[in-house]
Every structure is written in structure tokens, then in C-alpha cells.
Design a binder for this molecule. Structure first.
Ligand SMILES: C[S@@+](CC[C@H](N)C(=O)[O-])C[C@H]1O[C@@H](n2cnc3c(N)ncnc32)[C@H](O)[C@@H]1O
Length: 192
């Protein structure tokens, strides 16, 4: 048990270090692949430059006015800003990220986008979401669950914070086969 938890802690440290080391601007090429030029034109450049996802979870979330949305592993805030625009000032968007510096970037981008009044960004882990039970309508997440060594714990947390009838929209990487030990123990594979 202790060894297992230490291993999970080690993976989280590897992921944290990898994302803390990413240079500013690395996300622009990612954003161009995932979102249309029209929507990127209306997004603050810092959010575009920190886009590090693998899809567009807000597009599939069918968000409505006034809903409360949680963006897990929000990074620089691009999806949280899309969500904030979709739910409007009557709604609320909460971004959670392991790194405080990602939360700071997301706060600055949300302010530039004019949605700061109904967005907030909290440092925290998806395996221990810093929110009460049954407090959000929709969970979105983009490229984050694959980085967790405790995916079932993260999923249990998502179901804990969702209100009855809540929804999830997750874009992520999946494997449909066993990974070889050299991949399972590769720091680059975990972080990437
Ligand atoms: C691939 S990036 C995606 C960022 C953002 N969702 C996007 O689409 O631009 C992964 C993000 O998840 C954060 N992260 C990684 N593991 C996490 C965890 N266990 N709990 C919370 N955030 C985590 C990283 O700090 C990073 O900002």
C-alpha cells in the first residue's frame, strides 16, 4: 500500500515538473489544430499560447445559461473561457489545476476575456477536487486524466462533485491494449 502511494506521488511529481517546464507559447500550434480560427481570434493570446489539450470538450458539453462548470486540469484557461462565455454571467466556471502558475495564467486570461466575474481558478488535484459534494452541473476536462496515476480515484471525485443528473465532457488520450513495462515506467510517457 505504502509503496503504491509512493509510486503515485512520484508520477505526480514527474507530471508537475514537466508542465512547470513548458515554455510560454508552446500551445499556439496545439490551439490551431483543435479550434477554428474564428473562435481563436476572440480568445486572449495568452490563453491560446497555453493551450495544451487534445480536443474541444466544451463543444461537446451542450452548456446552458446559468450552469456551473468545472474544468479539471484547466491549464492556461482556454476551455474555461469558452465555458464561461457559454454559461454567461448567471453561471459559474471553476478551473482546477495542479500548478498555481497555470491558475495565475488562467485568471489573467479570463480577466482579458471579460469573464473574470464568474470564473475562478483553484490549485488542486483531480484526485482530490477542492469542491463540495454535488456542487457542479458539468465537468469538462481536456488531456488531463491520462496524466493521473489514480484515474479511478479521479473519476470517483468527478461523480462526487456532480449534482444528480450532471454531465461530463472529457477529451483525452486512451489506450486500448496493455502497455509494455518500458512505457509504464517511462517518465516521458507519463508526462507526455
Ligand atoms: C495537457 S495539459 C492540458 C491543459 C488544459 N486542459 C488545456 O486543454 O489546455 C494538462 C494540465 O493538467 C494539469 N495536471 C496534470 N495532472 C494533474 C492532476 N493530477 N490534477 C490537476 N491538474 C493536473 C497540468 O498542470 C496541466 O496544466
Amino acid at each position: 500500500m505504502t509503496r503504491d502511494l509512493m509510486y503515485q506521488d512520484e508520477i505526480r511529481g514527474i507530471v508537475r515538473d514537466a508542465y512547470a517546464a513548458i515554455p510560454s507559447g508552446a500551445g499556439a500550434v496545439v490551439a490551431e489544430r483543435l479550434y477554428s480560427p474564428e473562435v481563436l481570434d476572440e480568445m486572449p493570446s495568452e490563453a491560446v499560447e497555453w493551450a495544451l489539450g487534445v480536443g474541444d470538450p466544451v463543444a461537446g458539453a451542450d452548456l446552458g445559461t446559468g450552469e456551473t462548470v468545472l474544468d479539471l486540469g484547466c491549464g492556461g484557461g482556454i476551455d474555461a473561457i469558452f465555458a464561461a462565455r457559454a454559461v454567461g454571467a448567471a453561471g459559474q466556471v471553476i478551473g482546477v489545476d495542479l500548478l498555481e502558475e497555470m491558475c495565475e495564467r488562467a485568471r489573467a486570461a479570463a480577466a482579458r476575456a471579460g469573464v473574470a466575474g464568474w470564473t475562478e481558478f483553484r490549485p488542486g488535484a483531480i484526485e482530490g477536487i477542492p469542491l463540495p459534494d454535488e456542487s457542479v452541473d458539468v465537468v469538462v476536462s481536456n488531456g488531463v486524466l491520462n496524466l493521473s496515476a489514480r484515474k479511478s480515484r479521479a473519476l470517483a471525485e468527478i461523480f462526487r462533485v456532480l449534482r444528480p443528473g450532471g454531465r461530463i465532457s472529457i477529451t483525452d488520450l486512451v489506450v486500448d491494449d496493455e502497455l509494455p513495462p518500458e512505457v509504464l515506467t517511462s517518465e516521458a510517457a507519463w508526462a507526455g
